[in-house]
Ligand binder design. Structure first.
Ligand SMILES: [Zn+2]
Ligand SMILES: [Zn+2]
Length: 213
């Protein structure tokens, strides 16, 4: 699987272009901002955009959808529990003094264990609430798009209006049960692996000790 990272906007959000090199099909994960940069990256890839996958609907992950869809009318995939955030993109943006281009409602609603096919690639949805109620991790082909659940050396915020710390802890237990070699691609900051985070992430080391004791 080929994954290209594009860092977007004032929140330095990671948008990922996932590509099946054999068929030329691509999906765009979390087009947060900088639509022209994303459109350029997709054009340069030579791939055909088939889908937009959202880990969650915070404004820094959805701000470029409308503009990208004017070039490729790709279906947006989102968990239903994040629809209120998605439909409130303008209000979220105004909070930070930013403008927002509201896209139409999502085309596909994600659920736990749903399979997403992209060319010959296969991914699975893991509902991972906590940072937001409809947060999902999309994993397969040795990679996991973990959004704002898990970062290199940190975990997602739970002090936001719809966040829930207990739910995030449960979600992290499920995420860290993925194979240790899984390449973790977070919504912000550098990539890492499940194994490295279990050994070094201060928010997870207690869990690792409990498992390996
Ligand atoms: Zn977020
Ligand atoms: Zn974010």
């Amino acid at each position: 699987v080929k994954v290209t990272t594009v860092v977007t906007g004032p929140f330095q959000e990671n948008s990922y272009l996932v590509q099946d090199d054999t068929t030329g099909d691509a999906a765009l994960v979390d087009p947060g901002a900088d639509a022209p940069g994303l459109i350029d990256a997709i054009r340069r890839s030579g791939a055909t955009l088939r889908a937009i996958w959202l880990t969650h609907a915070h404004v820094d992950h959805i701000g470029a959808i409308a503009e990208v869809q004017r070039v490729w009318d790709a279906p947006v995939h989102l968990h239903a529990a994040d629809l209120p955030l998605y439909r409130n993109g303008a209000a979220q943006a105004a909070h930070f003094g930013l403008t927002f281009d509201q896209p139409r409602d999502p085309d596909v609603l994600l659920e736990d264990n749903l399979t997403l096919l992209l060319g010959q690639l296969r991914f699975v949805v893991l509902h991972s609430p906590g940072h937001s109620p409809g947060h999902v991790v999309i994993h397969g082909e040795g990679v996991a798009f973990v959004g704002d659940c898990l970062f290199s050396g940190s975990v997602g915020r739970t002090d936001l209006p719809l966040s829930n710390a207990a739910e995030l802890r449960q979600s992290l237990s499920r995420i860290t049960a993925l194979p240790a070699t899984t390449r973790v691609l977070p919504g912000h900051g550098p990539a890492t692996t499940i194994g490295k985070e279990l050994q070094t992430n201060p928010f997870l080391v207690d869990r690792a000790t409990a498992e390996y004791r």
